[in-house]
Design a protein around this ligand. Sequence first.
Ligand SMILES: N[C@@H](CCC(=O)N[C@@H](CS)C(=O)NCC(=O)O)C(=O)O
Length: 210
Amino acid sequence: MRLFVTPASPWVRRVRVSILELGLEDRFEFVQTKWPHSWGTRTVAHPADFVEATPAQRIPALVTSDFSLTDSHSICDYINGELGGYRLLAREGAARWRALSDISVAGVIIEAQILRRAELLRSERERSTDFLGKMRERTLRCFAALEMRVPERNSVFDLAQITTAVACRYESWRYGDDWRDVAPKLAAWSDGVAERPSMKATEPAETPQS
Ligand SMILES: N[C@@H](CCC(=O)N[C@@H](CS)C(=O)NCC(=O)O)C(=O)O
C-alpha cells in the first residue's frame, strides 16, 4: 500500500502514529510529497501518481491494490478496523461514541490550524485578520473543551488520544504555547505522550517545497 505524506501535516501524522501504534509500518510504502507555499491559494503541480491517487490532491492519501482513500478519517477507519482489529477505536457502543466526540473536537482544531496556515501563506495585503482571529478563537474554545476531558493516566493511546495529541503538538510547533493557558492539564498530558516512540518518530518538520 502506498501512503502519500508530508512531515508537516497533522492529518498525516494521526495516520502515521496510528500505523506505528499498531505495528503496521511494514505494510506501507511512504511516498513523500512536495508543496510550494502557493498551495494555500492555488492548485499546484504534482507527479502523476499523486494526481491519480486523489482527486482532492491533499494528503494523506492511501492507495491499495483495490481502492484508494483520500482523507485521514477513512484511512484511520481502514487501518483500525481492517488491519488493527479495532484496537484504536471501538467498533460500536458507548466507547466508540465517546471517542468520536473527542476526535471530532480535536479534528476541528486541526482543521482550523490548517486553514490558519493557508491564510498566513497569503501576502500580508490579502490576509484576513478577522478570519485568523476566528480560527484562533475556535481553536482555543476547542482546547478548553478538551481540558474538561483529559485522558486518564495509563489509559489506551487510542485514536481519540492520538488525534488530540497531534492537535496539541501542532499548535505549539506552528503557533506557540498560548493554548497552554486555557488547557494546562491537557498540555501536561500532551508533554507525556509526546515521549511515546510513535510520537517521537513523527515530530513535525517543514514540508519540502520542491
Ligand atoms: N479532512 C482531510 C484534510 C486533509 C488536508 O487538508 N490536508 C492538507 C495538509 S495538512 C493538504 O493536503 N492541503 C493541501 C491543499 O489543500 O491543497 C483529512 O482528514 O485528511
